[in-house]
Ligand binder design. Structure first.
Ligand SMILES: CC(=O)SCCNC(=O)CCNC(=O)[C@H](O)C(C)(C)COP(=O)(O)OP(=O)(O)OC[C@H]1O[C@@H](n2cnc3c(N)ncnc32)[C@H](O)[C@@H]1OP(=O)(O)O
Ligand SMILES: CC(C)C(=O)C(=O)O
Ligand SMILES: [Mg+2]
Length: 511
């Protein structure tokens, strides 16, 4: 049976979603989970774009074993060299180079010509192939590229040594039937494609990314580029879990195999959602919380008699068989570490110790759920611990006057600072008191609060984006007290600013 390779681009195209900015630690953690999920390729980033991206791709290449690790590069030699420097540590390194091939892209973005682009594409592939054993080439905006020219570019890339040709529906423009016809014609025009991997990369602008990807498989593609929870540029990429479960559930129809361990899908989806702050809609296919919930009487009746009447997949298939995590205030570090592992997180050393303290504080007040543990893990994996720490705060809030807050902030080297302030509500008052204590004035740009679980005793998770002297920094805080969660998030953002100002480089947390 034909095997379809799963190329995951959560950490590259997925991270291009507006507002998502993962730290290096978070990317490495997600990459480990993708390896557990057994994807075939992890596109870990676009190394030339920043020091942070370069570091993330290099670390993933060096630390994560199993999948191939790809780095993106324009058809520019410096991009390709940088991508190679980052991926070369991988067991299976890949350089992925791309260029716009539609007349729109050539004329208006590249300000170039068809002749020049085909030449640069071939040179780039040849150069990449001189460095890496595995090279992928993508004609960007392929679905709006005239087929004759698309075939010419693809043939040139194949001739130059490309191992994988990835046909990108960059702006989510095509339809399933049209895409299948395009791929078939391309294979006829470039027969050498038979000896290469044909890949598809679809965007969801018209809500057809998954349908187009599956049409690609029907038309002969043996690699699909997807992202967890369908995140990605604009409306996102084809969702990994939907494509995988469609291929697995309808194996009878598609006649292909995938190597993914589908029982890791739910964990992976939650991890990506928690770390990116992009929530999964309740009615989302496969991983939405209602995907296996039956509301109406007739459906419930059917499922009670035989699940197959209204369910085409079972929750266990995606790892929703309930976990066996029972942790309470008497649990120790080993049990906590084990529980984190079960949820897909690897915490050690200081991060585990901080998580353990946080866990004990919570367990003293409430029953700790798997969702609480995930929130604690995310809080520790992605957090940057700087010099300032919130030691204590007090706030008085009333509906008929300004709120008043007092904070004590400790500094790793300079002792403690205390300050008081008034504000429009308790959060504003605490933020102003923190400004006064640290001596750094921040301007709140974004504030988000989420309850980790239901119930009055739920943990509150606050994400802030704050501008300090023209520089925007993010922070995240977790506590049963939402004002405390907000204060912790704000102090973390201030720590990022202080570290950046002093020359240390901190890759920002996502808000
Ligand atoms: C469809 C996709 O997902 S493509 C990937 C998108 N991802 C990103 O853009 C990642 C984040 N990007 C960045 O950090 C920056 O854009 C960088 C570092 C890549 C480049 O920054 P800058 O050098 O300042 O260029 P800027 O982004 O303003 O413009 C892009 C330039 O690359 C050119 N370009 C775009 N794609 C390609 C390509 N595939 N190959 C060669 N050149 C390209 C453009 O024509 C433009 O060139 P110009 O400066 O001569 O006009
Ligand atoms: C880099 C390419 C493959 C891309 O993301 C796109 O065209 O959408
Ligand atoms: Mg894309």
């Amino acid at each position: 049976m034909r095997r379809v390779q799963i190329f995951d681009t959560t950490l590259r195209d997925g991270e291009q979603s507006p507002g998502i900015s993962l730290s290096v630690e978070e990317k490495v953690e997600i990459a480990h989970q993708l390896a557990r999920l057994k994807v075939d390729v992890i596109e870990a980033g676009f190394p030339i774009t920043s020091e942070g991206d370069f570091e993330a791709v290099s670390r993933i290449a060096a630390e994560v074993r199993g999948p191939a690790v790809a780095g993106l590069a324009r058809v520019k030699f410096p991009d390709i060299e940088r991508a190679w420097e980052a991926v070369k540590w991988a067991g299976k390194p890949r350089i992925h180079t791309f260029v716009g091939t539609s007349d729109l892209h050539i004329e208006y973005q590249m300000r170039s010509s068809r002749e020049q682009v085909v030449k640069e594409a071939a040179e780039a592939v040849r150069f990449a192939k001189s460095l890496a054993p595995d090279v992928e080439f993508s004609p960007m905006d392929a679905t709006r590229t005239e087929i004759g020219y698309l075939s010419e570019v693809v043939a040139a890339a194949v001739e130059a040594g490309a191992d994988v040709i990835n046909i990108a529906d960059t702006v989510g423009y095509t339809t399933p039937a049209e895409f299948a016809a395009l791929l078939k014609e391309l294979q006829q025009r470039v027969p050498e494609l038979k000896e290469r991997t044909l890949s598809v990369h679809c965007h969801d602008d018209l809500g057809m990314a998954v349908a187009n990807t599956l049409a690609g498989v029907e038309a002969g593609a043996t690699q699909v580029e997807v992202a967890v929870n369908g995140i990605g540029e604009r409306a996102g990429n084809a969702s990994l879990e939907e494509v995988v479960m469609a291929l697995a559930t309808r194996k009878d129809f598609y006649g292909v195999e995938v190597g993914v361990d589908t029982r890791q899908l739910a964990n992976t989806s939650r991890m990506v959602s928690n770390m990116t702050g992009y929530e999964v809609p309740p009615n989302k296919a496969v991983v939405g919380r209602n995907a296996f919930a039956h509301e109406s009487g007739i459906h419930q009746d059917g499922v009670l008699k035989d699940r197959r009447t209204f369910e085409i997949m079972v929750p266990q298939d995606i790892g929703l068989d309930g976990n066996n995590i029972f942790l309470g205030k008497h649990s120790g570090r080993h049990a906590l570490k084990e529980a984190f592992e079960e949820l897909g997180y690897h915490l050690e050393g200081d991060a585990l110790n901080r998580a353990f303290r946080q866990f004990k504080e919570i367990a003293d007040n409430k029953a700790v759920t798997a969702a609480d543990l995930e929130a604690i893990a995310v809080d520790q994996v992605g957090s940057f611990e700087g010099k300032f720490e919130l030691s204590h705060f007090r706030v008085v809030a009333a509906s008929d006057r300004q709120s008043r807050a007092a904070v004590t902030i400790s500094h790793a080297e300079n002792g403690t600072y205390e300050a008081e302030a008034e504000g429009e509500g308790p959060v504003d008052a605490v933020f102003k008191a923190i400004d006064a204590a640290t001596g750094i004035k921040g301007r709140l740009k974004e504030f988000r609060i989420d309850a980790v679980t239901g119930g009055k005793d739920a943990l509150g998770e606050v994400r802030v984006r704050v501008e300090f002297e023209g520089e925007e920094c993010s922070g995240r805080g977790l506590s049963q007290d939402v004002v405390e969660a907000a204060a912790r998030a704000y102090v973390r953002a201030a720590n990022v600013y202080v570290a950046n100002r002093s020359g240390a480089r901190v890759t920002q947390e996502a808000i």
